[in-house]
Ligand binder design. Structure first.
Ligand code: PGA
Ligand code: ZN
Length: 419
C-alpha cells in the first residue's frame, strides 16, 4: 500500500441539514478515496463520542469545525508520509492518536471519516470495488447481498413522538432477488400511503428515515396497519412479507418503568407486551425491546421469544465488543445491529461482528437516522455478508443511494450474476 500523502476534511450537511464530516485520503501514488459519515438521533449511551462544536449560535451546537480541524491539522500532520500495510494498522494508529477509550478527544466521527477515506483509497489502489475490499478485511471469500428490513412506519424519536414505538419495518424475507424485494416493498409502501390517507386523513408526511408517521392511536394499531398494508398490496403477511420492530425502549424508560401507551410497565410487563406483539403480528425481529442497561430483562426477553425471532441489540450493544461479550455471557441478546460510527473504525466494527458471529448471532448492518448520499454501507453489508441491511424507507436520496448501490452490485458483481 502506498504511503498517505494527504488527508483533508470538509464540513458538509446530512439528511437533517446538520453538519457532518466528509474526508478524502490521497496516497503517494496519486490514488484517492473519500467518504462521509452519518449521525444518530436515537443514540445509545455507550456509543463512542461524536465531536460537535457545541456553539449554540451555529447549527444549534452541531457544527463540526473542530472535527474538520483535527483531520486537516492533527491527523494530517501525524499520518502524512506514513505507510500503513493494512486497515487494521491505520485504525490502530487513529485510536492511539485519540488515546481515550471512547474517542473522547478527536471524536468517533473524525476517526471514521479518515478510516473510510483510507478504505476507499486502498480499494482504489488495489483496483477493487469497495465491497471486495471490505470482504478482504473480513476474510470473506464470497460476498453476498443482504436481505432488507425497510422502514414503513415511524414513531418515537424519529417522528413526532405520537407513539413510543420507533419503527415498524417490512421484511421481504423470501424474495428471491433484490429487485423483487424492492418492488414488493414499493407495493406495500404505496398501500400504506393509501391506507393512512383513508384512516387518518393524512398525506404521506415522512419521518427522519422516510417512514410514514400518522397519528396512530397506539402501538397495536401501528402494527395492525402494517399488516393491513401488506394485505392491501396483495401479499400474505408472514409468508411473503414479514415485519420487524425497533422498539428503541431506552427512550421511553424512566425510573424503572417503560412509559408506553399511557401505562408505566415494569421490565417483566414489557417482556410480556413484546411477547404479545410477537404472538399476534408476523414479527421476525425485535430490536431494543428493552432499555440499554436493563440486562436482566433482556435475558428474560431472549428466553421468552421464539428462537426464530431475532432479539436484536442496538443501544444495548453499541457495536462495542465489551458489551457484546457481556450480552453473550448473560444470553441477553441474539443478534447484532452493527453501526460503524457507534465505535469509530472499521477494524473495531469488524471485531464486534466476529464476536457476534462466533456466538452464532445474525448480523444487521444499519444506517443512522442522519445520513448522507454516500453509499459505503451497501458495500459493507455485502462484503461482510450481513444477514440484513437496515437503511430506512424507500424515500429520500440518502436512503435510496444505498438501495441503488445494492442494485448496482447485484447487477455487476460476479457472485451475484444470474445464471
Ligand atoms: P439513530 O436510530 O440513527 O437515530 O440512532 C436508528 C436506530 O435506532 O436503529
Ligand atoms: Zn435502533
Amino acid at each position: 500500500m502506498p504511503a498517505i500523502q494527504h488527508l483533508h476534511a470538509l464540513e458538509i450537511l446530512d439528511s437533517r441539514g446538520r453538519p457532518t464530516l466528509w474526508a478524502t485520503c490521497t496516497l503517494a501514488d496519486g490514488t484517492a478515496g473519500s467518504g462521509s459519515v452519518p449521525s444518530g438521533a436515537s443514540t445509545g449511551q455507550a456509543e463512542a463520542h461524536e465531536l460537535r462544536d457545541g456553539d449554540p449560535a451555529r447549527y444549534g451546537g452541531y457544527g463540526c469545525r473542530q472535527a474538520v480541524q483535527h483531520v486537516n491539522t492533527t491527523l494530517n500532520a501525524a499520518l502524512r508520509g506514513q505507510h500503513f500495510e493494512s486497515q487494521a494498522a491505520l485504525d490502530a494508529a487513529l485510536s492511539a492518536l485519540d488515546g481515550t477509550p471512547n474517542k473522547g478527544r478527536l471524536g468517533a466521527n473524525t476517526l471514521l471519516a479518515v478510516s473510510l477515506a483510507f478504505a476507499r483509497a486502498s480499494a482504489a489502489a488495489a483496483g477493487q470495488p469497495l465491497y471486495a475490499y471490505f470482504a478482504g478485511l473480513a476474510g470473506v471469500t464470497t460476498p453476498a447481498l443482504p436481505r432488507l428490513m425497510v422502514n414503513l412506519f415511524s414513531g418515537g424519536k424519529h417522528a413526532g413522538g405520537q407513539v413510543a414505538l420507533q419503527d415498524v419495518l417490512i421484511v421481504p424475507h423470501h424474495a428471491a432477488r433484490l429487485e423483487d424485494a424492492l418492488a414488493m416493498v414499493y407495493a406495500v409502501y404505496q398501500a400504506a400511503v393509501a391506507l393512512i390517507a383513508e384512516q387518518y386523513g393524512m398525506r404521506p408526511l415522512t419521518a427522519d428515515e422516510g417512514g410514514l408517521a400518522p397519528a396512530f392511536p397506539d402501538e397495536r394499531t401501528m402494527l395492525a396497519d402494517a399488516v393491513r398494508a401488506i394485505e392491501r398490496a396483495g401479499y400474505v403477511p408472514g409468508t411473503q412479507m414479514a415485519l420487524a420492530v425497533d422498539v428503541a425502549a431506552s427512550h421511553f424508560y424512566r425510573a424503572g418503568h417503560y412509559h408506553l401507551g399511557g401505562q408505566a410497565l415494569t421490565g417483566a410487563q414489557m417482556v410480556a407486551q413484546i411477547a404479545d406483539w410477537v404472538q399476534h403480528y408476523p414479527l421476525i425481529s425485535v430490536e431494543d425491546g428493552l432499555a440499554e442497561d436493563d440486562w436482566a430483562h433482556w435475558a428474560q426477553l431472549r428466553q421468552t421469544l421464539p428462537p426464530d425471532v431475532l432479539t436484536l441489540g442496538d443501544d444495548l450493544l453499541c457495536t462495542n465488543s465489551t458489551r457484546i461479550q457481556q450480552a453473550i455471557d448473560r444470553q441477553a441478546a441474539g443478534a447484532l445491529l452493527l453501526k460503524v460510527n457507534q465505535i469509530g473504525t472499521f477494524t473495531e466494527a469488524l471485531a464486534a461482528l466476529r464476536l457476534a458471529r462466533a456466538a452464532g448471532w445474525p448480523i444487521v448492518v444499519s444506517a443512522r437516522s442522519g445520513e448522507t448520499e454516500d453509499h459505503w454501507l451497501a458495500d459493507l453489508a455485502v462484503g461482510w455478508r450481513a444477514d440484513y441491511i437496515k437503511v430506512g424507507s424507500i424515500q429520500q436520496s440518502e436512503r435510496l443511494a444505498k438501495y441503488n448501490r445494492l442494485l448496482w452490485i447485484a447487477a455487476t458483481a460476479p457472485f451475484a450474476r444470474q445464471p
